[in-house]
Ligand binder design. Structure first.
Ligand SMILES: [Zn+2]
Length: 387
């Protein structure tokens, strides 16, 4: 039986049929990660991801699913106790068709933090009115490049999507027009029999998956809180969905779930970031949008230690995340940003580790079950302790 399954898996790998591989050798969680990673959802066009989230959340929620005015999804479990918001963003880095040239090329408005050198020589999918349209950003051939330009970065304003059309009318006939969303074309794959998964959009579909798996578990566990599982929109263009969702949920405690940035590839740059792939879940102590609440940090550390779970910590000098909005929205709330390490973020091809994912789910569930009115009161108290 085992041999048969392995044979099927190998066949699936060779034929590039990853769904078959997930069915043959994978499990429900792997299939969920595959679906979330493959779903197209640049900022402002999160429909495909939202559909997955709503479908998974609906049977686990204790009240009807609600939406904020930006399209963030709010799923509630429990009707009494402290209001805990668990947040992951649905959108991914992408673009939007800006202009169609008379010769059938398309310029692209980038959405989110792209490096110019990540844009050339890539495959993309345009979400057109008639369905997905395949596109490529070509690269200039070395044979025609002046020597001085060979090692320079091609600036984004000189990069065009090629959909194989010759005229603007042909582009129109494909169902493509200005404003259409564009996403990387980079299908999910298991990396060579390891527990590392390759794909696009782990920032922040890995957080969406943690959120869903935790919600599945807390549906069956006793807890003393109102848990608001929130999948937000438009994080990559400035935490916009989280702002609206926070106003709606009014959390007393906020937990953001994100993709972390690993610093574990060749090249010694320890000041950039500290988490490593496969070394367990991480916690941000600092990024340029948030300083984690110190009591929350201690609470997460205590919970991880009690559960025997590894916990990495990270300080990243750039970066922004939804915990900033939960922390400062309304009258403010203690927050923390928890991350599943992702290697190669903000690109077509990122890598996550399955064990990191599973341990993050375990840590989050332990935190949520442990919280109650007293814990939350302590976490929220800024009164000086009496000597
Ligand atoms: Zn993110």
């Amino acid at each position: 039986m085992r041999g048969l399954v392995e044979g099927i898996v190998l066949l699936a790998v060779l034929s590039g049929n990853v769904s078959a591989m997930a069915q043959a050798g994978g499990d429900r969680t792997m299939a969920l990660l595959e679906r979330l990673s493959n779903a197209p959802g640049p900022s402002g066009a999160e429909e495909a991801v939202r559909a997955i989230m709503v479908r998974e959340m609906t049977p686990l929620a204790t009240a009807a699913i609600r939406y904020d005015g930006t399209g963030s999804v709010v799923a509630q479990q429990g009707t009494s106790g402290p209001r805990i918001m668990i947040d992951a963003h649905m959108d991914e880095l992408g673009g939007m068709v800006r202009r169609v040239t008379p010769t059938g090329f398309l310029s692209m408005q980038m959405l989110g933090g792209w490096l110019d050198q990540a844009l050339v020589d890539q495959r993309w999918i345009i979400i057109g009115s008639k369905g997905p349209v395949r596109a490529v950003t070509g690269i200039r051939d070395i044979h025609v490049l002046p020597a001085a330009e060979r090692n320079t970065v091609f600036p984004r304003d000189g990069i065009y999507l090629d959909v194989g059309a010759k005229t603007a009318d042909e582009v129109k006939a494909m169902g493509v027009e200005p404003g259409d969303p564009v996403v990387p074309d980079a299908p999910f794959a298991v990396m060579n029999g390891t527990d590392n998964y390759l794909g696009k959009a782990w920032d922040d579909r890995i957080g969406c998956a943690v959120l869903l798996e935790a919600m599945r578990q807390t549906a069956k566990l006793p807890h003393a809180n109102q848990l608001f599982y929130v999948a937000t929109t438009q994080e990559e263009v400035g935490l916009r969905g989280a702002r609206a969702a926070t106003a709606m949920v009014r959390p007393e405690i906020g937990v953001a779930l994100e993709g972390g940035i690993t610093g574990d590839v060749p090249g010694d740059r320890p000041e950039e970031t500290q988490v490593k792939l496969g070394a367990g879940p991480g916690m941000f102590l600092y990024d340029s949008s948030t300083i984690a609440n110190r009591k929350m940090v201690a609470f997460v550390r205590r919970t991880a230690a009690d559960k025997g779970l590894p916990l990495q910590s990270d300080l990243v000098q750039g970066y922004g995340d939804d915990s900033a909005e939960m922390q400062t929205g309304g009258t403010g709330a203690p927050t923390v940003n928890l991350v599943v390490p992702v290697r190669y973020t903000h690109s077509h091809n990122g890598i996550v580790n399955r064990k990191d994912f599973d341990e993050m789910v375990e840590l989050l569930v332990a935190m949520l079950v442990r919280m109650d009115a007293r814990t939350v009161e302590e976490l929220r108290s800024f009164a000086p302790s009496t000597p």
